[in-house]
Design a protein around this ligand. Structure first.
Ligand code: GPW
Length: 832
């Protein structure tokens, strides 16, 4: 009853938040009227669908009120363009944000159902690879919560990120068919269909006044159909929209072929058109350079721009003067950068606007977030491919570049061809390439990195000349994570303790957690905090048993590394440490260490050979260690299969130690680091990305920092790094690497795990694993010592939770609003 009374208090877009009786009635009504079944024979799937339909009555109510308010207020809005949205499940998230989770739990209990069982009916919506896609999901949650008029635009992939299985320790990819049995959270909007063009050629024509005009004769026309996913702000504040485009063959285009007997050709064209939104590219931080990927990027950018323009014209007709004031577009990395020449094309070719006026509009609309400095992730498209797929856009890019080089570069550095070569949007080499990062900087009014050190490096190392041209263009917005999903929903036990100690406002005002610091030495709170951690660990142990068959002891220290598999993230450094501990145990049966469970979760891009070898090596080492009686449970190693948002929600609340061990300068920010610290894990980390800011917030006593700094990494590379020196100088390193090459972990098959050693020695160890090894082992030794002091550890864990309020995505969004978007919040009230 208390919960019911509380949920009624919320105000915002949703007029009446549901009580458990409301939900119960509605669920049964939907079971009958929507699912065509009844309570005696309904499957779990049917119950889940009926419950979602019941929840949607409130969600859609909020959606209507929000859209009406935005239309009436005619507010400036931000349009978030992203190829990826890693949403995870929406059922419990929507319930929590509606303030109706407890009501639903009760309603379902009264119907004889367990809410957790229903939650497990839902597939993850995995339309993203990792951090970049999950950031987009956190941001749209925060924008709705803070009442900012915002739309997320992206692609409605039929298949999201592949599912991962292990076969004899090796990664196998299986297709993800998240929508096979429908998706209750999306609404198809056929009335807002768009058409876009690709391929073809450009004709130069002249009108009667002799004015030149470019006419693009496309080779293909493709339809984009929008699916809207409501994004429920916390306590039902606003309900915004994530609009995802699905590609279809354009009907009329195929009709002739069809009628002339070309049924097969016509259906082939259908297949090709529908291929565009068929599958998410599984490469994280690598530029595949594939034709279909460029078409995906253009497809959703063009559909989205036309959608924005259609909405704008409803109010302003052909008066473009307010476009820059009404529309902000945030480019999530360079993946949607093609939107810049596309808007130029629409303005210049279609609206017949002069170039300068059109360019002025673009430069008031676009802002660009850079998420990486890794050279292999900086997108480049070959001019040849561009010419084939988007011939008119290539011409426009050439003109943008010509003017940039003449009007900007040559003015600041007259006659300096080296500067022009370096700054040109077109890279000259044996194959000419379009540099999408350069295009994004030139076409945007603001450029930001995602953590302070990363933003500094964007300026100093990536685009120093651009900074000289436009010093005020560059800024920082440190990433954040939504505390609704990453604390309130995933860690209900800790959330309850927080409600009781710091009050109930922390989910929308995370700085409130600071009040918890006053209890860091309080024995009762320490016990409560650690009891919660223990329960979460026991729950995870159960999941581990079910998924892998491995038994782990919740009394052991849980040491967790969860993130995509990448050399720069250095999962193999973690593995070398595990091998060092194992070897010490074998050499000294009484080796004294705090029992530890090392848990990994990571997918490797299907074509990333070494990443897959690292997964294989961890699995093989795990097998050996977990079955070795001599270890006496001091060590366990578990690689969780199919790491995804839903698994993260189970692992993060159970972590004692958070592994954030990238080579300094390589991880732009990281966001898992924030989630783990928020849930009371202690970080073992390098001074990289947001780790630096986490260390500032939690203080040196509550984090274990190791390794070379960014400056030291640069200095080492400058003087020449020789990984062999570490191999010969450090007997433990030598022994471990040699061990990996024997058949100890792969009986009868020596050399099976040799790839890691080869990359670290012959390969030159590009990410300085061996250089950081010793200091990494020491950082863990320190953590081992800390853990032996129960009260001391509890204090550190509590202070981590208490100190990381800065890393809410609400703060990131407020930073964007202030430094980039200049938006006004638009509170929504429900129509009575
Ligand atoms: F290469 N990030 C990611 F910059 O998850 F585009 N995928 C990507 O393709 C790229 C970046 C890209 C990540 C960064 O690695 C991580 O450090 C950062 O926290 C995250 O983006 C969100 O900013």
């Amino acid at each position: 009853m208390k919960n019911q009374a509380k949920s009624q208090l919320a105000t915002g877009a949703v007029a009446h938040l549901p009580t458990s009786d409301d939900l119960k009635n509605s669920i049964v009504r939907h079971l009958h009227g929507t699912l065509g079944t009844d309570i005696n024979k309904a499957s779990r799937q049917a119950w889940w669908s009926a419950t979602c339909a019941a929840v949607n009555e409130y969600v859609f109510d909020g959606l209507r009120n929000t859209q009406r308010t935005h239309y009436e207020q005619n507010t400036r809005a931000v349009h978030y363009f992203s190829l990826e949205y890693l949403m995870g499940r929406l059922f419990s998230n929507n319930l929590h944000n509606l303030g109706a989770y407890d009501a639903a739990k009760q309603a379902l209990a009264e119907l004889g159902l367990n809410i957790a069982d229903l939650e497990d009916q839902e597939e993850d919506m995995a339309l993203g690879n990792g951090g970049l896609g999950r950031l987009a999901a956190c941001f749209i949650d925060s924008m709705a919560t803070l009442n900012y008029p915002a739309i997320g635009y992206g692609i409605h992939y039929e298949h999201g990120l592949f599912k991962q299985e292990f076969s004899d320790g090796r990664q196998i990819e299986r297709p993800d068919s998240w929508r096979e049995y429908g998706n209750p959270w999306e609404i198809c909007r056929p009335e807002s269909v768009q058409e876009i063009s690709v391929y073809g050629y450009v004709e130069t024509t002249y009108d009667l006044q002799g004015k030149m005009k470019k006419v693009w004769h496309p080779g293909r026309i493709i339809k984009g159909i929008p699916w809207d996913i409501p994004v429920v702000g916390y306590q039902g504040s606003s309900v915004n929209v994530l609009r995802l485009w699905e590609s279809r063959a354009s009907g009329f285009f195929n009709w002739d072929v069809f009628n002339s007997g070309g049924y097969i050709d016509a259906s082939r064209e259908n297949v090709e058109a529908e291929t565009i939104s068929k599958v998410l590219y599984p490469n994280d931080e690598t530029d595949a350079g594939k034709e279909l990927r460029l078409i995906q990027q253009y497809f959703f950018c063009s559909c989205s721009l036309k959608d924005i323009i259609r909405r704008y014209k409803r109010t302003y007709g052909d008066d473009w003067s307010q476009f820059g004031a009404q529309v902000a577009i945030q480019l999530n990395d360079t993946h949607p950068a093609i939107a810049i020449p596309e808007l130029m094309r629409i303005l210049v070719d279609r609206a017949e606007m002069g170039w300068d006026e059109a360019w002025n509009i673009c430069q008031h609309v676009f802002a660009y977030t850079n998420h990486t400095l890794l050279p292999e992730a900086l997108e480049k498209w070959s001019v040849r491919l561009f010419e084939k797929v988007l011939p008119r856009h290539l011409e426009i890019i050439y003109e943008i570049n010509r003017r940039f080089l003449v009007e900007q570069v040559d003015v600041l550095w007259p006659g300096d061809n080296e500067k022009k070569r370096k700054l040109s949007i077109i890279e000259e080499g044996h194959e000419h390439m379009v540099r999408m990062g350069h295009l994004s900087v030139v076409g945007s009014f603001r450029v930001n990195g995602v953590a302070q050190i990363h933003s500094d490096l964007v300026k100093s190392d990536l685009f120093p000349e651009m900074v000289a041209l436009w010093p005020d263009k560059f800024t920082n917005v440190t990433n954040g994570v939504t505390p609704r999903r990453w604390l309130k929903a995933c860690n209900p036990r800790l959330s309850k303790l927080l409600d009781e100690t710091v009050g109930v406002d922390w989910p929308r005002d995370l700085k409130q957690l600071k009040k918890l610091a006053a209890y860091a030495d309080d024995a009762q709170i320490q016990d409560a905090f650690m009891a919660i951690k223990h329960q979460n660990k026991a729950d995870l142990a159960q999941t581990v048993k079910e998924l892998t068959g491995v038994s782990i002891d919740p009394h052991a220290m849980f040491d967790i590394q969860i993130k995509r598999l990448h050399e720069y993230k250095r999962q193999h450094l973690n593995l070398l440490h595990i091998l060092a501990l194992y070897r010490r145990i074998l050499q000294n049966p009484d080796y004294d260490m705090v029992p530890r469970v090392f848990l990994f979760g990571a997918k490797a891009a299907p074509g990333y050979k070494l990443a897959k070898e690292i997964i294989y090596a961890i699995n093989k080492v795990a097998e050996k260690i977990n079955s070795d009686k001599r270890v006496k449970n001091r060590l366990k190693v578990v690689f969780m299969p199919n790491y995804r948002v839903t698994l993260a929600e189970k692992m993060i609340p159970a972590a004692d130690v958070s592994e954030q061990i990238s080579t300094a300068g390589k991880e732009a920010s990281g966001t898992g680091n924030m989630k783990l610290a928020l849930n009371g894990a202690i970080t073992v980390g390098t001074l990289d990305g947001a780790n630096i800011e986490i260390a500032e917030e939690v203080g040196a006593d509550n984090i274990s920092i190791f390794g070379l700094t960014v400056d030291e990494v640069k200095a080492l590379h400058a003087k020449g790094y020789h990984s062999w020196d570490y191999y010969y100088a450090d007997p433990e390193i030598k022994a471990i690497l040699d061990w990996l090459e024997t058949d100890y972990f792969t009986p009868g098959k020596p050399g099976e795990l040799g790839a890691i050693k080869r990359s670290l020695l012959e390969g030159g160890d590009p990410y300085l694993v061996l250089a950081d090894f010793r200091s990494y082992v020491d950082a863990h030794q320190k953590v081992d010592g800390w853990y032996r002091d129960k009260a001391g550890w509890a204090k550190k864990a509590i202070l981590n939770t208490a100190s990381v309020g800065k890393f809410t995505s609400d703060r990131s969004i407020e930073d964007y609003v202030e430094r980039v978007w200049k938006l006004e919040a638009c509170p929504v009230t429900a129509k009575p």
